[in-house]
Design a protein around this ligand. Structure first.
Ligand code: CU
Length: 120
């Protein structure tokens, strides 16, 4: 494999980022997760996201209703509660920090349907 000079690589990266910024691209990122089929849990316990607009989109393959919500640093935004086969989505603009994502259905977060959302 040919070695690219690190300086060239950095120049290419800067050029790419510059182009995206000029084009006005918004970095709204969607992080997909899923509720457990059989437990009061999500399939992930930690999500890392970039600051700005953050979207969590949770699939629900369980026979119980579930939803996705984000709280912390004065925010508490809840997505819809959905039944089996549905998808609950929540979008929040977040600053750097550690937040909690959780299921807003009564008792579910306390039973384990929660995790850490680390925004940097
Ligand atoms: Cu739930």
């Amino acid at each position: 494999m040919p070695k690219l000079a690190p300086k060239l690589l950095i120049a290419v990266l800067i050029a790419m980022v510059g182009t995206l910024a000029v084009a006005g691209v918004v970095y709204a990122k969607t992080y997909r997760l899923s509720a457990s089929k059989s437990k009061l849990a999500f399939n992930v316990t930690t999500i890392r996201a970039s600051k700005g607009s953050v979207t969590l989109s949770m699939a629900n393959p369980s026979s119980l209703p579930h939803g996705i919500a984000i709280k912390g640093h004065g925010k508490n935004v809840k997505g819809k509660t959905v039944n089996k086969g549905g998808t609950s989505t929540v979008t929040v603009t977040l600053k750097k920090g550690t937040y909690t994502f959780y299921c807003p259905v009564d008792g579910h977060a306390a039973a384990g349907m929660k995790g850490k959302l680390i925004v940097s």
